[in-house]
Design a protein around this ligand. Structure first.
Ligand SMILES: NC(=O)c1ccc[n+]([C@@H]2O[C@H](COP(=O)([O-])OP(=O)(O)OC[C@H]3O[C@@H](n4cnc5c(N)ncnc54)[C@H](OP(=O)(O)O)[C@@H]3O)[C@@H](O)[C@H]2O)c1
Length: 310
């Protein structure tokens, strides 16, 4: 039997529930491609799935357990996003061939990206796959789908095309760094909120104003915004109302978002125009996945954390 290396977890918990193991190498079905994974990421979402809880919310915890396993994880290999090279393609696959550089998500699939190989359907029900933009490295591409599509989906729903002024709360995280750049790409004037150590980073992404929430109460700011984008998930209704113009829209990462190939194409356009670039905080070798999860558990990564498989 052909085997591969993968990090598996068979119980919910702290980062060390993840352990390296030899598992069967997957074989693509007729509608699937086999991808040799070059890079994956540690997204905030993968932490909740590893822990089996969403802190402070019984509702979201129940949601996670229903989706991923009531008492223990249903699927043992985590990893929400990846980049890599197509190694094999099923007989029905038309868009991809051996050697293509691709990236995408594993949403709704039985196996995640923390492995040497992953099988991806050509037309997934929930996940997306696209050609890797040539001007992104494999490490950068592995961070784009979740954070980039979440930020774009929520900004489009909040009518970013008609929003001259946008406030991004949590502007230094994965979703936040994408939201600042995407709002700027649509021509908005952006105010970012983050802690002091990240003020320069958020300014470098194009935010005209950056407020340090550790030094000032940004909720007392007298400016009014067309969109208040909450990338932390903590803004109370009264605060949103105070910060928004009368017709302003609130966008929150607590709302459901959709993965769409067209979202990736919009992001590709911004990347090609030099208006969008994934922010990478740290890159860990595959063997140090547990350390990477420990770091992201602290809740203050800058942009994205990458796992380099090759
Ligand atoms: N709805 C969806 O489809 C969807 C998709 C992806 C992610 N999410 C969710 O979105 C959230 C953010 O994800 P992410 O990947 O961007 O996380 P992240 O990279 O860890 O970013 C977290 C952000 O929160 C800020 N922060 C941390 N503690 C804070 C505090 N006490 N007060 C104010 N700001 C604080 C951090 O800024 P400082 O370090 O500067 O403090 C950072 O900007 C997660 O809960 C994730 O599960 C939802």
């Amino acid at each position: 039997m052909n085997t591969m290396k993968a990090f598996i977890y068979t119980e919910y918990g702290a980062p060390d529930v993840l352990r390296l193991a030899d598992v069967p190498k997957p074989v693509p079905k007729p509608n699937e491609i086999l991808v040799k994974v070059h890079a994956s990421s540690v997204s905030a979402g993968s932490l909740w799935i590893r822990k089996g809880i969403y802190p402070g919310s019984a509702f979201y915890t129940l949601f996670i357990r229903l989706l991923f396993g009531i008492t223990k994880p249903r699927n043992p290999i985590l990893g929400n996003e990846f980049s890599g090279i197509v190694e094999d393609a099923g007989n029905d696959v038309q868009s991809w061939k051996k050697g293509d550089a691709v990236y995408g998500t594993t949403t709704g699939l039985k196996q995640g990206a923390y492995a040497d190989y992953v099988c991806i359907p050509e037309m997934g029900k929930q996940n997306v796959i696209a050609p890797k933009p040539q001007n992104l490295t494999f490490e950068e591409a592995a961070t784009l789908p979740i954070g980039g599509m979440t930020a774009l989906d929520l900004l489009l729903k909040a009518n970013i095309q008609q929003a001259p002024k946008v406030l991004v709360y949590g502007a230094s995280g994965s979703v936040g760094t994408f939201a600042v750049q995407i709002a700027r790409a649509f021509g908005a004037n952006v105010t970012g909120v983050c802690s002091g150590k990240n003020v320069d980073l958020v300014g470098s992404l194009g935010a005209e104003n950056v407020l340090d929430y550790t030094k000032q109460d940004f909720t007392e700011c007298t400016e009014k915004f067309d969109i208040v984008f909450d990338a932390v998930g903590k803004l109370e209704t009264a605060i949103r109302k105070r910060l928004l113009r009368q017709e302003g829209k609130f966008a929150s990462i607590m709302s459901p978002t959709s993965e769409k190939r067209e979202h990736l194409e919009t992001l590709h356009g911004m990347i090609a125009d030099g208006k969008l670039k994934p922010v990478i905080d740290k890159v860990y070798p595959f063997g140090q996945l547990v350390e990477a999860h420990r770091y992201v558990d602290l809740g203050h990564k800058k942009g994205n954390v990458v796992i380099k498989h090759l």
